[in-house]
Write a protein that binds this ligand. Sequence first.
Ligand code: AMP
Length: 311
Amino acid sequence: MASKEPIIITEKDEMRKWTRTMRAQGHTIGFVPTMGYLHEGHLSLIQEAYKHADIIVVSIYVNPGQFSPNEDLSTYPSDFEGDFQKLKSVGNGVDVVFCPNNLYDYGNSQTGNGSERNQEKVVSCVEDKRMGHETWVRVENLEKGLCGKSRPVFFRGVATVVTKLFNIVEPDVAVFGKKDYQQWKIIQRMVRDLDFGITVIGSEIVREVDGLAMSSRNVKLSPENRQRALSISRALSISKFQAEKGQVNCRELINPAIQLISEAGGTVDYAEIVEQESLEPVETIERPVVFCVAAWFGEVRLVDNMEIRIN
Ligand code: AMP
């Protein structure tokens, strides 16, 4: 197996300097942002990046800015050694693993605790730490629905950290997974609206052989919930099949899907059929849509989706 030892960069300035040097030498830079605990889904994004660029940077950073204090930041899985081995042997091996230290500027404002300061506001873990950071990127409409309803600071945190990473890495191309469909669309819109000179590519969902969408969080499922969670991809597949056979009434697709997941023991956060660009819910399928689901199995919240095209 081909293998290249990636360079590990932890400092922002060094990362930026490295990219600029590579670009001056005529290389194109592909970028894959991740939160680590890598699986085949992440590796497929790297393979995709190689189709568009000859140098690949992968970031590993669990972004506190997208977690609320009551979410699973502290228990998010990590395994840097395992990740590094995978990054060494995917394709020709990636060039740089960027694991930023001090991505947010804590300033010198750390007095008291965050809950005092933000009593009424919904805050992310960044504000909870009382950092100097106070600039946020919001993609105002796209961030509202789907995951944005139950995770109100999530997409603000994602758009902000991706902006920061884009400004540091300065890639030509960035690859995101369609697994996080709303995230992909938000980044695409942000790049368009704010004139980043970066091409954003959406890459297909990679699934386990039994259909479960790969996710770093799957490791947190109990064996029973791992089985039950298959109901999500089953429900989506059935709906897609029914729609492509002619059922265009979304309620007739969504209700049985919710029932299937609930009967398997899941708690559905949302199940919505939305238009692919605006992510607005539709009642009748007349153009390409995507059926998006988020559901809890035990303590683990899973998201999945399937695109539906009808003729
Ligand atoms: P994460 O580490 O979960 O933040 O994901 C980093 C990137 O990998 C995001 O663009 C995700 O959408 C993508 N990704 C995660 N799981 C999958 C999957 N099963 N298939 C394709 N892409 C994925």
